[in-house]
Write a new protein. Structure first.
Length: 217
């Protein structure tokens, strides 16, 4: 496969191989040479033509894994059979229960050692997920009376920063007990806004994902 003639196919091949190796050997246990050895004759130059580092490959792998999440968020956002607070609860439940989350918590290393990945998460949260998916739901909830706030934009950002960053064990290396404590605090804060969106199933699922990460880090 000539990378100049089929650049998109080359990128997808690199990501396919990297994803498989990350799952088999872990991110830290996979080298650029390991990826090259599985590319069927592609050179190191072919990789560095598209990715500057192994960390860039990881960011692209995770971006591809989470693209499905954005599609799911859009479907829930656009449903006409749910009110605002029902959509918000459905988003959290569906997001945390997606099977791909197991893969993400298996593949991704500690964010503290991978600043590009952390920046990618923060950018996705503030620039994409909050304004495009959560904010319309919060505004709908204000309109239908299921909850109220004078600061919908800031509330959307705060909810996702807490959920995606503060409660993320891959950033703060939380134990299952620490994850449980954080989701309990998050639940109490949300109820303070009139948003009773966290249940015991979500708490247990976050602890399960934390356990997956701790076993594979």
């Amino acid at each position: 496969m000539a990378r100049n003639k089929h650049p998109e196919e080359t990128v997808q091949l690199i990501l396919d191989v990297a994803y498989r190796l990350f799952m088999e050997k872990g991110y830290e246990g996979t080298s650029i040479q390991d990826i090259i050895d599985q590319l069927g004759g592609l050179s190191k130059g072919a990789i560095y033509h598209h990715f500057k580092s192994k960390e860039d490959i990881l960011v692209a792998v995770v971006d591809r894994m989470t693209a499905e999440s954005n599609q799911m968020l859009a479907v829930i956002r656009d449903r006409s059979d749910l009110c605002g607070i029902e959509k918000l609860k459905t988003i959290f439940k569906e997001s945390i229960n997606r099977p791909v989350q197991n893969d993400i918590f298996t593949v991704v290393p500690n964010f503290q050692n991978n600043p590009k990945l952390l920046f990618s998460l923060l950018h996705e949260t503030i620039e994409e997920a909050a304004p495009n998916y959560l904010l319309p739901i919060i505004k709908e909830g204000i309109s239908d009376g299921s909850f109220e706030t004078d600061y919908p934009e800031q509330l959307a950002e705060m909810i996702l920063l807490l959920a995606n960053v503060w409660m993320n064990p891959m950033i703060f290396d939380d134990s299952e007990e620490e994850s449980y404590s954080k989701i309990m605090v998050f639940s109490q804060m949300m109820r303070g806004f009139g948003l009773d969106i966290v249940d015991s199933e979500m708490s247990e699922r976050l602890q399960e994902l934390t356990s997956i990460y701790q076993k594979n880090k």
